[in-house]
Design a protein. Structure first.
Length: 380
Protein backbone atom coordinates (compact mmCIF):
# COMPACT_ATOMS: atom_id res chain seq x y z
CA UNK A 1 0.00 0.00 0.00
CA UNK A 2 1.56 3.30 -1.11
CA UNK A 3 1.31 6.69 0.62
CA UNK A 4 -1.39 8.01 -1.72
CA UNK A 5 -3.71 5.11 -0.92
CA UNK A 6 -3.05 5.50 2.83
CA UNK A 7 -3.93 9.19 2.64
CA UNK A 8 -7.14 8.41 0.76
CA UNK A 9 -8.16 6.05 3.56
CA UNK A 10 -7.35 8.75 6.13
CA UNK A 11 -9.46 11.26 4.20
CA UNK A 12 -12.43 8.86 4.24
CA UNK A 13 -12.09 8.38 7.99
CA UNK A 14 -11.79 12.17 8.49
CA UNK A 15 -15.06 12.66 6.57
CA UNK A 16 -16.73 10.23 8.95
CA UNK A 17 -15.14 11.90 11.99
CA UNK A 18 -16.43 15.33 10.94
CA UNK A 19 -19.96 13.99 10.53
CA UNK A 20 -19.82 12.18 13.87
CA UNK A 21 -18.36 15.27 15.56
CA UNK A 22 -21.24 17.42 14.30
CA UNK A 23 -23.75 14.81 15.45
CA UNK A 24 -22.13 14.75 18.88
CA UNK A 25 -22.22 18.57 19.17
CA UNK A 26 -25.89 18.60 18.14
CA UNK A 27 -26.63 16.12 20.92
CA UNK A 28 -24.63 18.33 23.29
CA UNK A 29 -26.98 21.16 22.37
CA UNK A 30 -29.95 19.01 23.41
CA UNK A 31 -28.16 18.22 26.66
CA UNK A 32 -27.63 21.97 27.20
CA UNK A 33 -31.35 22.66 26.64
CA UNK A 34 -32.30 19.94 29.12
CA UNK A 35 -29.85 21.17 31.75
CA UNK A 36 -31.06 24.73 31.41
CA UNK A 37 -34.71 23.69 31.71
CA UNK A 38 -33.93 21.64 34.81
CA UNK A 39 -31.45 24.08 36.38
CA UNK A 40 -28.54 21.61 36.16
CA UNK A 41 -24.82 22.49 35.94
CA UNK A 42 -23.04 22.07 32.62
CA UNK A 43 -19.98 20.45 34.17
CA UNK A 44 -20.48 16.98 35.68
CA UNK A 45 -16.96 15.82 36.67
CA UNK A 46 -17.95 12.29 37.69
CA UNK A 47 -19.48 11.55 34.27
CA UNK A 48 -16.44 12.93 32.44
CA UNK A 49 -14.08 10.79 34.53
CA UNK A 50 -16.19 7.69 33.82
CA UNK A 51 -16.18 8.38 30.06
CA UNK A 52 -12.41 8.96 30.01
CA UNK A 53 -11.85 5.69 31.85
CA UNK A 54 -14.10 3.83 29.44
CA UNK A 55 -12.49 5.42 26.38
CA UNK A 56 -9.00 4.54 27.61
CA UNK A 57 -9.98 0.91 28.16
CA UNK A 58 -11.56 0.65 24.73
CA UNK A 59 -8.54 2.25 23.05
CA UNK A 60 -6.11 -0.22 24.56
CA UNK A 61 -2.75 0.35 26.29
CA UNK A 62 -0.94 1.87 23.30
CA UNK A 63 -3.64 4.43 22.46
CA UNK A 64 -5.13 5.05 25.94
CA UNK A 65 -3.37 8.36 26.63
CA UNK A 66 -4.03 9.67 23.12
CA UNK A 67 -7.71 8.84 23.50
CA UNK A 68 -7.87 10.66 26.85
CA UNK A 69 -6.38 13.80 25.29
CA UNK A 70 -8.79 13.66 22.35
CA UNK A 71 -11.84 13.27 24.56
CA UNK A 72 -10.65 15.91 27.01
CA UNK A 73 -10.62 18.34 24.10
CA UNK A 74 -14.07 17.14 23.00
CA UNK A 75 -15.38 17.82 26.51
CA UNK A 76 -13.96 21.37 26.42
CA UNK A 77 -15.57 22.02 23.05
CA UNK A 78 -18.87 20.60 24.24
CA UNK A 79 -18.93 22.66 27.45
CA UNK A 80 -18.00 25.81 25.57
CA UNK A 81 -20.79 25.21 23.05
CA UNK A 82 -23.31 24.47 25.81
CA UNK A 83 -22.39 27.65 27.69
CA UNK A 84 -22.74 29.70 24.54
CA UNK A 85 -26.08 28.08 23.66
CA UNK A 86 -27.49 28.66 27.14
CA UNK A 87 -26.49 32.31 26.98
CA UNK A 88 -25.20 32.27 30.54
CA UNK A 89 -24.11 35.72 31.76
CA UNK A 90 -21.86 35.94 34.81
CA UNK A 91 -21.95 38.82 37.34
CA UNK A 92 -18.39 39.61 36.23
CA UNK A 93 -19.49 40.33 32.68
CA UNK A 94 -22.13 42.69 34.06
CA UNK A 95 -19.38 44.59 35.92
CA UNK A 96 -17.26 44.72 32.77
CA UNK A 97 -20.17 46.04 30.71
CA UNK A 98 -20.84 48.72 33.32
CA UNK A 99 -17.16 49.70 33.37
CA UNK A 100 -17.09 50.05 29.58
CA UNK A 101 -20.14 52.33 29.72
CA UNK A 102 -18.91 54.46 32.65
CA UNK A 103 -15.24 54.86 31.72
CA UNK A 104 -14.50 58.22 30.01
CA UNK A 105 -13.68 57.99 26.32
CA UNK A 106 -10.45 60.02 26.78
CA UNK A 107 -7.55 58.56 28.78
CA UNK A 108 -6.60 60.84 31.75
CA UNK A 109 -4.17 63.60 30.88
CA UNK A 110 -2.77 64.97 34.17
CA UNK A 111 -3.57 62.73 37.15
CA UNK A 112 -1.60 62.04 40.33
CA UNK A 113 0.46 58.89 39.71
CA UNK A 114 2.37 56.67 42.15
CA UNK A 115 5.84 55.48 41.07
CA UNK A 116 8.54 53.50 42.85
CA UNK A 117 11.94 55.15 43.28
CA UNK A 118 13.06 58.76 42.93
CA UNK A 119 13.30 61.37 40.18
CA UNK A 120 14.90 59.86 37.07
CA UNK A 121 13.58 56.32 37.60
CA UNK A 122 12.49 54.32 34.57
CA UNK A 123 9.00 54.25 36.11
CA UNK A 124 8.94 58.04 35.79
CA UNK A 125 9.94 57.83 32.13
CA UNK A 126 7.19 55.25 31.49
CA UNK A 127 4.70 57.39 33.41
CA UNK A 128 5.42 60.41 31.23
CA UNK A 129 4.91 58.29 28.12
CA UNK A 130 1.54 56.97 29.32
CA UNK A 131 0.17 60.29 30.63
CA UNK A 132 0.50 63.70 28.99
CA UNK A 133 1.29 65.77 32.11
CA UNK A 134 1.28 63.58 35.23
CA UNK A 135 1.90 64.66 38.81
CA UNK A 136 4.19 62.02 40.27
CA UNK A 137 4.38 60.83 43.87
CA UNK A 138 7.37 58.58 44.65
CA UNK A 139 7.39 55.58 46.98
CA UNK A 140 10.26 53.56 48.41
CA UNK A 141 9.11 50.16 47.17
CA UNK A 142 6.57 48.43 44.93
CA UNK A 143 4.21 47.72 47.81
CA UNK A 144 4.03 51.45 48.48
CA UNK A 145 2.60 51.93 44.98
CA UNK A 146 -0.06 49.25 45.54
CA UNK A 147 -0.97 50.76 48.92
CA UNK A 148 -1.25 54.24 47.43
CA UNK A 149 -3.81 52.93 44.94
CA UNK A 150 -5.83 50.93 47.48
CA UNK A 151 -5.94 53.80 49.96
CA UNK A 152 -6.97 56.35 47.33
CA UNK A 153 -3.83 58.44 47.71
CA UNK A 154 -3.23 58.28 43.95
CA UNK A 155 -5.76 57.21 41.30
CA UNK A 156 -3.03 55.53 39.20
CA UNK A 157 0.26 53.71 39.71
CA UNK A 158 3.10 52.57 37.45
CA UNK A 159 4.92 49.26 37.99
CA UNK A 160 7.49 47.26 35.98
CA UNK A 161 6.27 43.74 35.32
CA UNK A 162 8.76 42.10 32.94
CA UNK A 163 11.94 42.68 31.00
CA UNK A 164 12.86 41.21 27.64
CA UNK A 165 16.30 40.15 28.96
CA UNK A 166 15.95 39.51 32.70
CA UNK A 167 12.38 38.15 32.65
CA UNK A 168 9.52 38.76 35.06
CA UNK A 169 9.71 41.09 38.05
CA UNK A 170 8.71 38.45 40.59
CA UNK A 171 8.25 40.88 43.48
CA UNK A 172 5.50 42.66 41.55
CA UNK A 173 3.77 39.40 40.62
CA UNK A 174 3.81 38.30 44.27
CA UNK A 175 2.27 41.62 45.34
CA UNK A 176 -0.40 41.28 42.64
CA UNK A 177 -1.69 38.20 44.49
CA UNK A 178 -2.18 40.19 47.70
CA UNK A 179 -3.60 43.49 46.42
CA UNK A 180 -6.78 44.60 44.68
CA UNK A 181 -6.37 46.69 41.54
CA UNK A 182 -7.16 46.89 37.83
CA UNK A 183 -4.80 47.27 34.87
CA UNK A 184 -5.86 50.17 32.64
CA UNK A 185 -2.88 50.42 30.26
CA UNK A 186 0.56 48.94 29.57
CA UNK A 187 3.71 50.40 28.02
CA UNK A 188 6.94 48.92 26.65
CA UNK A 189 9.96 51.14 27.35
CA UNK A 190 13.32 50.80 25.57
CA UNK A 191 15.84 50.59 28.42
CA UNK A 192 19.49 51.67 28.19
CA UNK A 193 21.74 51.23 31.21
CA UNK A 194 24.75 53.52 31.51
CA UNK A 195 27.72 53.72 33.87
CA UNK A 196 27.37 56.96 35.85
CA UNK A 197 30.17 58.26 38.08
CA UNK A 198 31.28 61.41 39.88
CA UNK A 199 33.37 63.76 37.75
CA UNK A 200 36.96 62.67 37.28
CA UNK A 201 36.27 58.97 37.89
CA UNK A 202 37.73 56.48 35.40
CA UNK A 203 36.46 52.96 34.71
CA UNK A 204 39.58 51.50 36.32
CA UNK A 205 38.83 53.41 39.56
CA UNK A 206 35.50 51.68 40.18
CA UNK A 207 35.35 49.28 43.13
CA UNK A 208 31.58 49.23 43.77
CA UNK A 209 28.56 49.36 41.43
CA UNK A 210 25.03 50.12 42.61
CA UNK A 211 21.81 49.42 40.72
CA UNK A 212 18.46 47.65 40.84
CA UNK A 213 18.69 43.83 40.69
CA UNK A 214 16.93 43.73 37.31
CA UNK A 215 19.46 46.17 35.80
CA UNK A 216 22.30 44.13 37.33
CA UNK A 217 20.91 40.98 35.68
CA UNK A 218 20.61 42.79 32.36
CA UNK A 219 24.25 43.93 32.44
CA UNK A 220 25.92 40.67 33.50
CA UNK A 221 28.50 40.55 30.70
CA UNK A 222 29.72 44.09 31.38
CA UNK A 223 29.94 43.57 35.15
CA UNK A 224 31.92 40.35 34.67
CA UNK A 225 34.45 42.38 32.67
CA UNK A 226 35.24 44.45 35.77
CA UNK A 227 37.49 42.25 37.95
CA UNK A 228 37.13 42.58 41.69
CA UNK A 229 34.17 44.99 41.53
CA UNK A 230 31.54 44.64 44.28
CA UNK A 231 27.97 44.78 42.90
CA UNK A 232 25.32 45.96 45.35
CA UNK A 233 21.58 45.87 44.52
CA UNK A 234 19.46 48.83 45.62
CA UNK A 235 15.75 49.63 45.32
CA UNK A 236 15.94 51.57 42.05
CA UNK A 237 18.37 52.61 39.28
CA UNK A 238 17.73 56.29 39.99
CA UNK A 239 18.31 55.69 43.71
CA UNK A 240 21.69 54.21 42.72
CA UNK A 241 22.60 57.39 40.80
CA UNK A 242 21.48 59.55 43.73
CA UNK A 243 23.63 57.48 46.13
CA UNK A 244 26.72 57.88 43.94
CA UNK A 245 26.19 61.64 43.66
CA UNK A 246 25.71 62.10 47.41
CA UNK A 247 28.76 59.95 48.24
CA UNK A 248 31.19 62.22 46.37
CA UNK A 249 33.47 59.20 45.98
CA UNK A 250 35.53 58.32 42.90
CA UNK A 251 35.44 54.54 43.42
CA UNK A 252 31.68 54.00 43.02
CA UNK A 253 29.34 53.90 40.00
CA UNK A 254 25.67 53.44 39.18
CA UNK A 255 23.96 51.56 36.37
CA UNK A 256 21.21 53.98 35.50
CA UNK A 257 19.42 55.91 32.76
CA UNK A 258 21.19 58.62 30.80
CA UNK A 259 18.75 61.23 32.11
CA UNK A 260 20.04 60.59 35.65
CA UNK A 261 23.50 61.85 34.63
CA UNK A 262 22.20 65.36 34.07
CA UNK A 263 19.75 65.16 36.95
CA UNK A 264 22.39 64.25 39.55
CA UNK A 265 25.43 65.95 37.97
CA UNK A 266 27.24 62.73 37.05
CA UNK A 267 29.46 61.74 34.15
CA UNK A 268 28.51 58.89 31.82
CA UNK A 269 31.70 56.91 31.09
CA UNK A 270 30.06 53.92 29.35
CA UNK A 271 26.86 53.92 27.30
CA UNK A 272 24.30 51.11 26.81
CA UNK A 273 26.14 48.41 28.74
CA UNK A 274 23.17 45.98 28.86
CA UNK A 275 23.83 42.52 27.40
CA UNK A 276 21.29 42.94 24.59
CA UNK A 277 20.55 46.04 22.56
CA UNK A 278 16.89 45.11 22.22
CA UNK A 279 16.22 45.61 25.94
CA UNK A 280 12.63 46.53 26.83
CA UNK A 281 10.75 46.69 30.12
CA UNK A 282 6.99 46.35 30.19
CA UNK A 283 5.15 48.57 32.68
CA UNK A 284 1.55 48.28 33.86
CA UNK A 285 -0.61 51.24 34.81
CA UNK A 286 -3.00 50.27 37.61
CA UNK A 287 -6.04 51.87 39.22
CA UNK A 288 -8.29 51.11 42.18
CA UNK A 289 -11.48 51.05 40.13
CA UNK A 290 -12.20 49.00 37.02
CA UNK A 291 -11.70 51.29 34.01
CA UNK A 292 -11.89 50.01 30.45
CA UNK A 293 -11.02 52.52 27.74
CA UNK A 294 -12.10 52.35 24.08
CA UNK A 295 -10.11 49.99 21.87
CA UNK A 296 -8.98 47.67 24.66
CA UNK A 297 -7.67 44.50 23.00
CA UNK A 298 -5.64 42.85 25.77
CA UNK A 299 -6.90 41.22 28.98
CA UNK A 300 -5.11 39.98 32.09
CA UNK A 301 -6.45 37.39 34.53
CA UNK A 302 -5.08 35.41 37.48
CA UNK A 303 -6.21 31.87 38.31
CA UNK A 304 -5.77 29.33 41.08
CA UNK A 305 -6.06 25.90 39.49
CA UNK A 306 -6.76 22.57 41.13
CA UNK A 307 -3.52 20.82 42.05
CA UNK A 308 -3.96 17.81 39.79
CA UNK A 309 -2.87 16.63 36.32
CA UNK A 310 -4.56 18.35 33.40
CA UNK A 311 -5.80 21.45 35.28
CA UNK A 312 -3.70 23.90 33.26
CA UNK A 313 -4.31 21.95 30.06
CA UNK A 314 -8.07 22.41 30.42
CA UNK A 315 -7.68 26.19 30.66
CA UNK A 316 -5.35 26.32 27.65
CA UNK A 317 -7.66 24.01 25.70
CA UNK A 318 -10.62 26.32 26.34
CA UNK A 319 -8.61 29.37 25.25
CA UNK A 320 -7.56 27.48 22.12
CA UNK A 321 -11.17 26.52 21.47
CA UNK A 322 -12.20 30.17 21.65
CA UNK A 323 -9.32 31.24 19.41
CA UNK A 324 -7.78 33.47 22.12
CA UNK A 325 -4.01 33.94 21.96
CA UNK A 326 -1.98 33.69 25.20
CA UNK A 327 0.89 36.21 25.12
CA UNK A 328 2.09 35.67 28.69
CA UNK A 329 1.82 32.80 31.17
CA UNK A 330 3.46 33.18 34.57
CA UNK A 331 3.16 31.08 37.73
CA UNK A 332 3.93 32.19 41.29
CA UNK A 333 3.73 30.11 44.48
CA UNK A 334 0.80 30.91 46.76
CA UNK A 335 1.77 31.98 50.29
CA UNK A 336 0.88 29.41 52.98
CA UNK A 337 -0.29 26.84 50.38
CA UNK A 338 2.22 24.08 49.73
CA UNK A 339 2.95 23.36 46.06
CA UNK A 340 0.02 25.49 44.85
CA UNK A 341 0.38 28.32 42.37
CA UNK A 342 -1.34 31.39 41.03
CA UNK A 343 -1.24 31.49 37.23
CA UNK A 344 -1.13 34.84 35.47
CA UNK A 345 -2.39 35.08 31.86
CA UNK A 346 -2.10 37.90 29.33
CA UNK A 347 -4.60 37.37 26.51
CA UNK A 348 -5.12 38.98 23.11
CA UNK A 349 -8.82 39.54 22.53
CA UNK A 350 -10.96 42.59 21.92
CA UNK A 351 -13.47 43.44 24.66
CA UNK A 352 -16.08 43.71 21.92
CA UNK A 353 -15.53 40.19 20.58
CA UNK A 354 -17.91 37.30 21.10
CA UNK A 355 -14.98 35.20 22.33
CA UNK A 356 -14.23 37.68 25.12
CA UNK A 357 -17.84 37.63 26.30
CA UNK A 358 -17.92 33.84 26.27
CA UNK A 359 -14.63 33.54 28.18
CA UNK A 360 -15.77 35.93 30.91
CA UNK A 361 -18.91 33.83 31.34
CA UNK A 362 -16.97 30.55 31.53
CA UNK A 363 -14.09 31.48 33.87
CA UNK A 364 -15.88 30.16 36.96
CA UNK A 365 -15.92 26.59 35.72
CA UNK A 366 -12.31 26.62 34.53
CA UNK A 367 -10.58 27.04 37.88
CA UNK A 368 -10.80 26.99 41.64
CA UNK A 369 -10.57 30.78 41.87
CA UNK A 370 -9.87 33.61 39.45
CA UNK A 371 -9.23 37.33 39.44
CA UNK A 372 -10.04 39.57 36.46
CA UNK A 373 -7.28 42.19 36.32
CA UNK A 374 -8.63 44.33 33.50
CA UNK A 375 -8.72 44.96 29.77
CA UNK A 376 -6.53 47.61 28.16
CA UNK A 377 -4.39 48.72 25.23
CA UNK A 378 -0.60 48.68 25.13
CA UNK A 379 1.33 51.84 24.23
CA UNK A 380 4.58 51.30 22.32
Amino acid sequence: MDLTEIRKDIDKIDDQLVQLFCQRMNLSAKVADYKKANNMPILVPARERAILQSVAEKAGPEMANYARVLYSMLFELSRSYQSKRNGEVSPLFGQITQAIENTPKLFPQAPMVACQGVEGAYSQIACEKIFKSPFIMYFKNFEGVFNAIEQGLCPYGILPIENSTAGSVNKVYDLMIRHNFSIVRTFRLKVDHNVLVNKGTKLSDIKTVYSHEQAINQCGDFLHSLPGVNVIPVSNTAVAAEMVAKSGRNDVAALSSRSCAELYGLDCIAHSVQDKGNNHTRFICISKNLEIYPGSDKTSIMMILNHKPGALYKVLARLYTLGINVTKLESRPLPDREFEFMFYFDLETSIYSEEFVQLMCELDELCEEFKYLGSYTEVV
